[in-house]
Every structure is written in C-alpha cells, then in structure tokens.
Design a protein around this ligand. Sequence first.
Ligand code: TIU
Length: 225
Amino acid sequence: MASIPGALPFAFDLDPASTALIVIDMQRDFIEPGGFGASLGNDVTRLQAIIPTVAALLLAARQAGLPVIHTRECHRPDLSDLPPAKRDRGTPTLRIGDPGPMGRVLIAGEPGADIVPELAPLPGEIVLDKPGKGAFYATPLSDHLAQFGTKALIFAGVTTEVCVQTTMREANDRGFVCLLAEDATESYFPAFKAAAVEMIRAQGGIVGWTATTAEIAAALTGGTA
Ligand code: TIU
C-alpha cells in the first residue's frame, strides 16, 4: 500500500493491485480546432495543454501495471443512441452527426472521435465508447472493473466539470474510491474546473480525493513527488 500524504482533503491510501486509471474523452473532437468542443464556441487550446501531463500519468500507470481504460464520447453512425434532447441542444455551429473538418462530429469511427495520437491506447487497454457524459451509462465499464477487481479509480481527462465529474460521481455512488489527477484534467472554463475540483473534495471528500500527477506517479512507481 502506497500513500499520497499531500492528497486533499486528506492523505490517500493507494493500493496499485486494486486501482485502475480511467482517461476520459481525450479526443480530437474536444481538443483540436474544428471539432465538437470548438463548435460549442470553446477555446480548445486550454485542453491541449494537459496532453503531456496525461501522458506522464499514463506512463506511471502502465509502469505500475494498472489496468488502463480510455473513454470516447461518441455516437453510432445511425444516431440511434443520440437522444434528440442532446442533438438539438443550444445553437452550435455543428451538431453531433454533422460533417466537419474531422469527419462527422462525435461519431464512432470518424477521425474526430479518435483519441489524440500522443495518448493513443496500447494494445490490451480498454477503449469504451459512451453516448453520455458519464462512462458507466450504457457501457460495459462496471463489468470490466469487476473483472479487474478494481476498488479505486484514478481519473484524468476532459472536461473536468462535465464528463470527468459525471463519471466520478457515478463511480462514487457505485462504491469506488475516486482520486482525480487535478493537473491531468481541464475545462474550457477555468472557474468551472476550480469549482469542480473544490466540490469533489469538499465535505471530507464527498465525491473523492484530488492530487497532482507527480504525487500520484511517485506513489505508483515508488519515487518522490
Ligand atoms: N467529454 C466531455 O466533457 N463532453 C463535453 O461535452 N464537455 C463539455 O465541456 N462540453
């Protein structure tokens, strides 16, 4: 058992044998110009900046032998898993399923739905396509975690207050101990990220813990942060 003494709201006990890493939606559609995130009017450069930190967390998790799960928010080409209430939301320049510079927006198999090449999954890692913001809804995530014997999850990815927080809350309710790598997640809105991080660890860790990637990597690989 390793410990992260600097984790918030208090020290986090990390057992690599029962912990998995989940990297949420590090897809071109959220991170590169011309995708879904940009179509909603967002500046995607904030999200690009965390790629090296997520890569460092992935490296440490792989070295420690943790199961690694990657998620992609995307829909079937026939849009059968896209509720009209999701497609018709707001006034984006491109709607989900429309053709854009990286293929059809947020559609499985299109270039925009791919994970950015720097964070490409390795053979044997789980890649889950999810139609919702949370990674448990309409996916086999629970089955994979049961197979791994996972009790704790480390979270990274985008965006902090949407898909990451939703998945963390889903996991917390399912009995998983949740740790957010606070510098390996990002939002288009700095204030939303700050608020999400605060509310996750408020009230004695009502949703979970937060720690830096360096702290988590040190605990995983036996070094110091
Ligand atoms: N992955 C994820 O967070 N999906 C979003 O739509 N996020 C936004 O912040 N829009």
